[in-house]
Write a protein that binds this ligand. Structure first.
Ligand code: WT7
Length: 635
């Protein structure tokens, strides 16, 4: 029996027990048999959730790109590593072999070295879903630089905040990006961001849209001529197991985005092992994850996990609605996709359209369907199962987070019987716990509580860049000796988990994790606005949409409300990005606050959700009268 590839339910339970009884021995075996190391570890695991400090495979030396590229060259050199499917279906798809990818990565690595990027330096990557994006990640990893990918839908302000937080010295971007029938001026966004980023010495610009852009002399350089000139081989930097591999920002319930730090060896082992099992990938399969590499899903399950397994991974530049709502299914048919991994919001959007868009395509290649990013509702689950999978492809509802680095609770397809809306069982090595409000673990089945994890797994993030105290406070202080996820969950009679949603002020809109604070900050910067609060409310496609309550300054009172709404959303677009725009904006005279001055979001959430029959205890409010006013004028 190979513990690396689980094929039966009894095997799952057996391997799971092994992974929990003796995690060190278990992970040591996986690491030893399925990866290449320059030097073996001295110690498999040391951990302390109080400090917190977690180290996996300490003392080992490796380079993740040797695991994702070099080691495949003798056996898979001519195998397609990346299929690039462009935004416009009339443009030809690209098939990049492992040999070609290796060469591209080496060239890009040499370009970075030539610009003074050294081991440990931070590189900001702000690119659309084009091959250069995957190449840039791997090129950083090749030379030991830490990549910080910023999703290319974020605004210049959001980009600048992230560049400065981790002190990036170089930015890799493109002239523009294609999104359906639109093109976006990415370089213009970078230029604006860099007005506030004195630490950035160079910008390397990939050509994609051929838009006319400004190039700042000395700072900005076209990437392609540099790549053409660069040497096609590059010796891999030998990294320590615990050297940072990347930083990826995620929203918190308060304050600025958190730069989650992932390190090399543990992340590699866990992303690869989960990929193999959760998608049951076998050698000649074509695997497609529709996420953007700007999110953790893309890092772990478009780039590192698949490539570490020598898989063929598809990168899609476009959107599900262009040129029509059949695009996903067109791509599945065209490339004979075997595993398809997407988000519930995309499924809900497509389920609204005519079934012909699905039915006219041959989807018989599909073997596994995946879902990630937010709870998948029953209706969407059945639509996906019936119409895309034809009841023949198991759905893996995968729960995890930017912080966890890899999938944590999930069915294993063809192994774990699935139940709609349930993420089902913990993955190998994962020890979940449900906690009550008094900090006690809730044992047994048919219970619900706050979801924690009791024991470290290899790809847990190690810190928040530049703010270890915040890392401890956010994840390790709510419950003693536990990692707290921020989610609520229930465990049913057979021990299956169902994620019920965030228990903090993070709101998940269309699968994007949004913190309230940066959005409120940007609203408050509008000259007519005195104060604001935003909450989520249920939305049939986005899962949640944003509802803003805004108090105007006296000087703003005379302004036209519709214009103000537009300006506020414009302001949010510029400060955070279009994904954070509000669906509803209600102008109010006050916000319900506790005596300590805290906004009572619970009440605002209920009003926004049109669920005001029981507002709960309002006796601690400083200004209870404002609640009636807000209810009377709710949108
Ligand atoms: C939050 C993490 C890592 C995947 C992309 C999102 C929610 C994620 C599920 C799921 C219910 C889910 C949780 C989690 N979430 N997957 N299958 N079922 N909820 O990563 O941006 O870090 O967001 O997404 O609330 O805490 P992220």
């Amino acid at each position: 029996m190979s513990n690396y590839h689980i094929k039966h339910l009894e095997e799952y339970y057996q391997v799971y027990r092994k992974s929990v009884r003796n995690p060190e021995a278990f992970w040591e075996e996986i690491a030893e048999e399925h990866f290449v190391w320059r030097k073996r570890w001295d110690n498999v695991l040391s951990w302390d959730f109080k400090k917190p400090e977690i180290k996996w495979f300490e003392g080992a030396k490796l380079n993740i790109t040797e695991n994702c590229l070099d080691r495949h060259l003798p056996t898979r050199g001519d195998k397609t590593a990346i299929i690039f499917e462009p935004n416009d279906p009339k443009e030809e798809a690209l098939h990049i072999t492992y040999r070609e990818l290796h060469e591209r990565v080496c060239r890009m690595a040499n370009v970075l070295l030539g610009h003074g990027v050294k081991k440990g330096d931070r590189v900001c990557i702000y690119l659309p879903m084009i091959p250069e994006l995957s190449v840039a990640l791997l090129a950083c990893a090749r030379i030991g630089a830490i990549h910080s990918v910023v999703f290319a839908g974020f605004s210049s302000h959001a980009l600048a905040t992230r560049i400065n937080d981790s002190d990036c010295k170089i930015v890799i971007t493109s002239d523009g990006s294609f999104r359906g029938s639109k093109s976006i001026d990415l370089k213009g966004i970078v230029d604006k961001a860099l007005e506030g980023c004195p630490g950035v010495a160079n910008v390397l610009v990939a050509k994609r849209t051929n838009a006319k852009i400004d190039m700042l002399k000395g700072r900005d350089k076209w990437l392609q001529p540099l790549l053409d000139e660069a040497y096609a081989d590059c010796v891999a930097e030998i990294m320590d197991a615990e050297d940072p591999l990347f930083i990826l920002y995620t929203s918190g319930s308060t304050g600025t985005p958190k730069g989650m730090v992932h390190t090399t060896a543990g992340y590699m082992v866990y992303s690869a092992y989960t990929f193999k099992n959760v998608f049951q990938y076998t050698e000649n399969d074509v695997y497609w994850c529709t996420a953007d590499i700007g999110w953790i899903t893309g890092h772990s399950y478009i780039v590192y996990g698949p490539l570490a397994n020598g898989a063929t991974t598809l990168m899609f530049e476009g959107v599900p609605s262009y040129p029509d709502y059949g695009r996903f299914w067109d791509v599945v048919e065209k490339h004979k996709v075997n595993q398809f991994y997407t988000a519930p919001t995309a499924i809900r959007a497509l389920a609204k359209e005519n079934l012909d868009y699905v039915e006219k395509h041959d989807l018989s290649s599909l073997k596994v369907l995946g879902s990630v990013g937010e709870p998948i509702n029953e209706e969407a689950w059945h639509w996906y199962n019936n119409n895309v999978g034809k009841k023949n492809s198991p759905i893996v509802d995968t729960w995890w987070q930017t912080e966890t680095g890899g999938i944590m609770i999930t069915p294993i397809p063809y192994v774990t019987p699935t139940t709609p809306t349930y993420a089902t069982l913990p993955f190998i090595g994962i020890q979940p716990a449900l906690m009550d409000e008094n900090g006690q673990e809730i044992k047994g089945n048919q219970v619900d509580g706050r979801l924690c994890i009791k024991f470290p797994w290899p790809s847990i993030s190690r810190t928040i860049w530049g703010n270890h105290d915040r890392y401890r406070d956010t994840y390790f202080s709510a419950y003693e000796n536990m990692y707290f996820t921020g989610d609520g969950a229930l465990r049913d009679a057979v021990g299956y988990y169902r994620i019920t949603g965030r228990v903090d002020d993070v709101i998940i809109v269309s699968g994007h994790n949004l913190g309230t604070a940066p959005i409120e900050d940007s609203i408050n910067e509008h000259p007519a606005v005195a104060e604001s609060a935003i909450v989520g409310f249920p939305h049939d496609v986005k899962g949640n949409a944003l509802y803003g309550y805004v108090i105007l300054k006296e000087t703003g009172e005379s302004r036209d409300r519709e214009n103000l709404r537009k300006e506020i959303n414009q302001q949010i677009t510029e400060h955070v990005g279009p994904i954070a725009k509000l669906d509803k904006i209600q102008f109010v005279s006050g916000l319900p606050k506790t005596r300590s001055g805290k906004i009572m979001r619970r009440i605002l959430r209920k009003i926004a959700s049109n669920d005001t029959s029981n507002l709960g205890d309002t006796s601690t409010l400083l200004n209870p009268e404002v609640v009636q006013e807000i209810m009377d004028n709710a949108l």
